[in-house]
Design a protein around this ligand. Structure first.
Ligand code: 3PG
Length: 305
């Protein structure tokens, strides 16, 4: 049995070592494709493997087609918008993610971004404190909950909106739940996005929502670039010179934001899950899920059901 790690952005060495230990203990062979620059390298590497571990690597219909022995693909992370689920299903391949494993790293980055923007991207000048400010968390999943917890510790007032989580549960955790998403944008100094990229959410964050934010409002995006309506947001930031945008996922059109010095920041390469801890948690979970699938038929984290 062959397990391939295919990561254009590699895991920390400790994570690869841990995955190797789990895979070899089960009697399987581990293959490694890191920092590939051409998709053909991915097609070649996947040709004879039974299982695949990826990060944000795009597992397209072409990759699936090249992977004639593949039975399971695990996205070591939360968002699985990089997997062609229809192609997996059509080829009897089980697709999984590892929910929760890298959430703390992403939540810490979201708080770090709020501080960075509050302090004028660390440039000289008077900034502001997070204490006493309101943060609105859009989607109260694994990451959103951790952002709430950390924001409360910073003395922030936490609001959250998530139509899939019962209001009572959020309120029991000390979070204010507005009646509408619009109400959250109207009231919060910071909005932290934790929604997945799907047909419902793509390009959903634009003028209608961000334009409602109070003076000095700051949008924090550690989710996906696809959820932003970049043209609208850029035009809005030109109109409203008080608004700020900080993103962990460089916009598709960087040029749209290049004039907003101090009010805009994008990490050069996605940093959210880039901690040794998150790499180890998600990588080892992926390896364990693969072994459990082959040994016990366990499909608990399957996403293409
Ligand atoms: C996730 O969905 O888990 C994060 O976006 C992490 O992505 P990465 O593994 O490519 O850093």
């Amino acid at each position: 049995m062959k397990v391939l790690i295919a990561t254009e952005k590699p895991f920390a060495k400790a994570a690869v070592d841990g995955i190797r230990a789990i895979v070899e203990k089960a009697g399987y062979e581990l293959c490694l494709l890191e920092k590939y620059t051409d998709v053909q390298q991915f097609y070649d590497a996947v040709a004879d493997v039974d299982a695949l571990i990826v990060r944000s690597d795009k597992v397209t219909a072409e990759v699936i087609d090249a992977a004639k022995n593949l039975k399971i693909v695990v996205r070591a992370g939360a968002g699985f918008d990089n997997l062609d689920l229809a192609a997996c299903t059509a080829n009897n391949i089980v697709a999984m993610n590892t929910p929760g494993q890298n959430s703390n790293a992403v939540a810490e980055l979201a708080l770090g971004m709020m501080i960075y923007m509050a302090r004028n991207t660390f440039k000289p000048g008077t900034g502001a404190e997070l204490k006493g400010k309101k943060v609105g968390i859009q989607a109260y999943g694994n990451v959103g909950r951790l952002v709430a917890e950390k924001a409360k510790a910073m003395g922030m007032e936490v609001w959250a909106f998530d139509p899939f989580v019962p209001k009572e549960k959020m309120e029991a955790e000390g979070v204010h739940v507005p009646a509408t998403l619009e109400e959250m944008y109207e009231n919060c100094n910071y909005i932290s996005l934790h929604i997945p990229a799907n047909d419902q959410t793509k390009k959903s964050i634009g003028k209608n929502l961000v334009g409602r934010m109070p003076k000095g409002g700051c949008l924090i995006n550690t989710a996906r670039k696809e959820v932003i309506n970049e043209e609208e947001l850029s035009a809005l930031m030109a109109e409203r010179e008080d608004l700020k945008y900080c993103t962990d996922i460089a916009p598709v059109e960087m040029g749209l934001f290049e004039n907003y010095e101090k009010r805009f920041f994008a990490t050069p390469k996605k940093q959210g899950a880039e901690t040794a801890e998150a790499n180890i948690n998600a990588g080892l979970a992926a390896a364990n899920q693969i072994v459990n699938f082959f040994v016990n038929g366990d499909k608990k984290f399957q996403v293409n059901k």
